[in-house]
Design a protein around this ligand. Sequence first.
Ligand code: LMR
Length: 332
Amino acid sequence: MLKLTQALFCAAAVSLTSFGYAADPVIIKFAHVVADSTPKGQGALMFQKLVEADDKLKGKVKVEVYPNSSLFGDGKEMEALLLGDVQMLAPSLAKFEHYNKQVQIFDLPFLFDNLAAVDRFQQGPKGKALLTSMEDKGIRGLAYWHNGLKQLSANKKILLPKDARGLKFRVQASSVLEEQFKAVRANPRKMSFAEVYQGLQTGTVNGTENTWSNYESQKVNEVQPFFTETDHGLIDYMVITNAKFWNGLPEDVRTELQGIMDKVTVEVNKQAEALNQASRQKIIDAKTSEVDALTPEQRDEWRKAMRPVWDKFEGQIGADLIKAAQDANTAS
Ligand code: LMR
């Protein structure tokens, strides 16, 4: 009798193990390089929360968020995604040139007039096609998230392109952004996001470009006495996942996750501008730095100086794609 009970117990344990395995939740590690308070940081947390509260996904999917390069930083995160060490990322659109050169379009200086134009392009057929354009490289895009328009910062007051001459500027890993600073005869230096504060503090670089939320959350104003409101370019994100992982999910789970991602995207894109404006105000209130606006004429000088960059990359990006982005500046 004891033997029979033991045998039954063992059989039950074995089947429990195999069922247990099947019932383990899928873990989605979502890593990123910025602070929780930024548009991307907020989006990742919102995604985690909505997945957790979703009845259809209960016990099936668990999202873990790793902000501030705490799991993987720039330079390592894409590789980690392809190896399956992390399942979701939202790199800035400046960080995709090794996977699809067309994505470089988002780095062209003075391309989009405002975030509404960016929306029209991203949600149009050509923008949407970019999301699925890297499947053969193992990357599947799920959404575009806004951060916002970029401003300049430096250790001196910069109002005209000639003021930037000879200064060393930190850039993201983007050939377009390197050329953009070369166009004003400054010296670009690629550097990971996690190194920016120290790079500015030690003088490895003298200035940089970023959004207000990234500046404020990294306390860049402690090490940069001047900001210039240029709105000269864009920092937006593509939320991506490992294509094999995504396609391997049960269809109902995948559909539910995409639905949640779509909801989060609407919210992130609605809130991004307000978060940036609040960060701008915090920097002004901190009184660490001067924030200079440009006159339309001054801004035009920057536009003229940086515009030749477009021609350098038109061959890689495609004239048709650039035209579609320009058309998005006019609401139809
Ligand atoms: C940067 O490196 O400056 C940005 O891409 C960081 C980010 O993810 O917003």
